[in-house]
Design a binder for this molecule. Structure first.
Ligand code: BGC
Length: 443
């Protein structure tokens, strides 16, 4: 068997990604907490509850875990509803806690990346119409100003908005996220307002901090015509790709957010991205289906032979990751993988998923594409939105009742990769033998 190591560039960022509502616990003042209280919204009536108890201080032990296992970076989000619990009130204690968390990363030699909006809104913002309200970008900008002023001592890498496409789709098209609307018109307004909020935040951050690098975490999920009638299947594929994958990043280049016959002109958006954040989990096939008007006349599905995650949510499709990285580098910016991972409670797929996806990153790096880091989703199992606790994305498992962390084999695999800044054939043989021949084929 050939022995080799796929080495990554010096200074590559290796970390995990988390978000406030999913890990902090007791986030009672936002629209998600209220949503969880409504019957039927969350599978099995699960609740975020204490989550991973980071607000109670368990971030310390989890950051220790990350550092001890070789991670040199961490992406977390701050909770708008904690920092600004009411329109006329700032909570300095909450800001102090976030400062302590970022200092905690700093002291552990880890580079922080902070997300300013990750799906949840303060209740008072939601009550005013959320992102449908044209004032919300300005309210968000005031929150960003206050937060970045307080945290800039410890952070220079910022994500303004996590997955504007997923937020818009889930909250205003499928209705699975609050406010639960199925109203494309409202969705388009929200999409445009998220863009405006991003632009204001971008400028504010740069005014405060010259060395700042600011981006968006773009959810990227290729939709591929299934064929054999490819021309027909291309109709739903093109519509969905344009709405979901392309509209927002293109608007950051052209100043125009365009989806079908909807367009919003935001010329100030041009060039408001210092790096391209990629969230990649999987890709899908689509077939034209006349009965599915609300799905752009498409039925989406995974290839029959694809290996699926525990609940069937994600198909293992590493080749889609390479395509996405190629597309992302076309924007002419450094690329950072801001999320990638799989729900896999018993860790039977994650080791292979991890090495095969990182192999695609390594291939990309070898074309000299400027990929600067990788954040795995996630460090510890956390509250998975409308899917509650049924999906387990953590390197570490979590016993929600006892707060006990469970070390999955993937922890040691990822630690070996981070520490060596590379993937060796020995590691793959030990932790993901099923991927050995694929990654290191015999000559
Ligand atoms: C989101 C995360 C989420 C993950 C897995 C991404 O869309 O940014 O918040 O937990 O997917 O479902």
């Amino acid at each position: 068997m050939p022995q080799a190591t796929f080495t990554f560039p010096a200074g590559f960022l290796w970390g995990a990604a988390t978000s406030s509502h999913q890990v902090e616990g007791n986030n009672r003042n936002n629209d998600w907490w209220a949503w969880e209280e409504q019957p039927g919204r969350i599978i099995h009536a699960h609740r975020s509850g204490l989550a991973c108890d980071w607000w109670g201080g368990r971030w310390r032990e989890d950051f220790d875990r990350a550092r001890e296992t070789g991670q040199n970076a961490h992406r977390l989000s701050v909770e708008w509803s904690r920092i600004q619990p009411a329109p006329d009130r700032w909570d300095e204690d909450a800001l102090e806690r976030y400062r302590a968390m970022l200092r905690g990363l700093y002291e552990r030699g880890m580079t922080p990346m902070v997300t300013l909006h990750h799906f949840a809104n303060p209740l008072w913002v939601a009550e005013r119409g959320g992102w449908e309200n044209d004032e919300t970008p300005v309210l968000f900008a005031a929150f960003v100003q206050k937060t970045v002023e307080a945290l800039q001592e410890y952070c220079t890498m910022w994500i303004t908005i996590n997955e504007p496409n997923v937020y818009t789709f889930m909250s205003y098209v499928s209705g699975l996220f609050p406010p639960g609307k199925t109203d494309l018109r409202a969705g388009m307004k929200v999409y445009a307002n998220l863009l405006k909020g991003h632009v204001l935040a971008y400028r504010i951050i740069h005014n405060l901090q010259r060395e700042a690098r600011v981006g968006v975490a773009h959810a990227s999920r290729p939709i591929i015509p299934a064929g054999p009638l490819t021309w027909l299947d291309s109709i739903p594929a093109n519509i969905t790709n344009s709405f979901f994958n392309e509209a927002f990043p293109k608007a950051l280049m052209t100043g125009k957010l365009q989806v079908l016959n909807f367009s919003a002109h935001v010329p100030e958006a041009i060039g408001t991205q210092d790096f391209f954040g990629v969230n990649y989990y999987t890709q899908e096939l689509v077939k034209f289906d006349l009965t599915r008007a609300s799905d752009a006349f498409g039925r989406r599905f995974y290839p029959k032979d694809a290996e699926l995650s525990t609940t069937g949510f994600i198909a293992h499709q590493p080749e889609g990751f390479f395509k996405v990285l190629k597309w992302a580098k076309g924007f002419g910016l450094p690329v950072i993988v801001t999320e990638n991972g799989v729900e896999d409670a018993d860790d039977h797929l994650r080791p292979r998923y991890l090495v095969e996806h990182l192999h695609q990153v390594w291939r990309a790096v070898n074309f000299n594409w400027p990929i600067k880091g990788y954040f795995h989703w996630s460090l510890v199992d956390n509250f998975e939105w409308e899917r509650g606790w049924t999906q387990r994305f953590g390197l570490w498992g979590l016993d929600v009742d006892t707060q006990q962390r469970i070390r999955r084999p993937s922890v040691d695999l990822y630690a070996a990769i981070c520490k060596q800044n590379g993937i060796s054939s020995e590691m793959v043989e030990k932790y993901a033998p099923g991927s050995l021949l694929k990654l290191f084929p015999p000559a």
